[in-house]
Design a protein around this ligand. Sequence first.
Ligand SMILES: Nc1nc2c(c(=O)[nH]1)N[C@H]1C(S)=C(S)[C@@H](COP(=O)(O)OP(=O)(O)OC[C@H]3O[C@@H](n4cnc5c(N)ncnc54)[C@H](O)[C@@H]3O)O[C@H]1N2
Ligand code: MOO
Length: 427
Amino acid sequence: MSPSPALSEPFYCGCEAEPEPGALLSVDGALRRALALAMPVAETERLPLDGAHGLVLAEAVRADVSLPLFDNSAMDGYAVRLADFSGDGPWRLRLAGRVAAGDAGDIPVSAGATLRIFTGAAIPPGCDAVVAQELTRQEGETIEISRRPEPGENIRCAGEDLTCGSELLPAGRRIGPRAAALLASAGCGDVVVRRRVRIAYFSTGSELRSPGVVLAAGQIWNANRYHLAGALALPWIEAIDMGSVPDRPDLLQQTLEQASRLADMVVTTGGVSVGDEDHMPAVLRAAGGEIHVLKVAMKPGKPLIMGRIGAALYLGLPGNPVSAFVTWHVIGTRIAQALAGIAEASPSRILVRAGFERIRRPGRCEFLPARLGSHDGHGTRSVDIVTSEISHRMALLAQADGLLLIPAETDRVARGDMLEFLPFPDG
Ligand SMILES: Nc1nc2c(c(=O)[nH]1)N[C@H]1C(S)=C(S)[C@@H](COP(=O)(O)OP(=O)(O)OC[C@H]3O[C@@H](n4cnc5c(N)ncnc54)[C@H](O)[C@@H]3O)O[C@H]1N2
Ligand code: MOO
């Protein structure tokens, strides 16, 4: 099975054409190349629905029932026969029993009679409307109704939501709360899901220390490891934390090889640029891996490696923490989703209006952390950016509502221009 077409949906970031040799590859081109390598994990398992939350359906699920399962009442009230409403009202009906949710509801109702009924209870045979109790008056065993009910009033009909034999959910659907509730409603006690995607990750950089320890001069606390730990904490991912590795080719190669044996995908941060301590391209080759993408026409995130090592896909994110975040958010997640067999593409995109002016140099498309502003009265929000030099601006990223996409060919953004925005789903 190949990845879902939704995952290769382009960003149309303005750099779509295949590049001249040596030039930067477009975001969409890079994504296409990576997705061509990202076949969904083949192993599937049948799990009880309880144990499948957040996992990905490996096959479509067909309904072998209709929903609602049977005609039932939408209100607490009285089940009536329309034939009893001839002439002018008010009409008086004899109370002949009651039917609550969970009762079989097979009580015959004779002419001139009504049954007390509650929400969710099966409609008794012969009844063709339910009158809400607020519209009735009870006198002893007589129920008085002064408005003639419509046919089918307050009846939820069998099959109106879903017909037996139709597709309940497609393959590739994540079993989120809505999907789980639907599967349960249709009586599916177990489902066939893909096994979780194994993603091993490590940070590279001799300067990195764990937060909480005291730093020596020149050292910094490792941000990327915590970003990835958070980003990979998803039910359909099995994250394998390989820690932090100093800029030593032997250790980097050893960790990379070990990671590639454990995982479907290896993600590293740092060491992908051109400095003497940027070892990852050479390390990947020395480990027998291959590079399919080396530089991408995006900002941040120009140095970005995509390739293979053994059976695993390799994604080398830049070390700058905002660059690592953006490249994972825009490209890494799609690759992980493709490996997981997920059909829907993310991140989602909305249209916004620029709340700023800017002259820029065309060439790379930008994904800039930005805050949403006010609505314009027609449902569109304005968006503001602080600066485009953001690859180290973690505080700016944490305050942003999403990423503003500025297409590669754009040389000027005027106030009010429509732009695409990738809202962050959560913190
Ligand atoms: N001469 C050039 N220099 C640079 C270029 C270039 O084209 N020519 N590109 C710049 C761009 S753009 C980026 S992005 C970075 C990418 O560099 P690396 O991926 O090699 O990353 P490092 O050099 O290892 O680190 C960059 C920066 O990020 C800090 N860092 C790294 N890892 C972490 C972490 N886990 N947590 C927090 N901070 C981290 C690191 O200390 C550096 O400050 O290269 C530019 N240079
Ligand atoms: O491309 Mo770098 O990722 O701008 O900072």
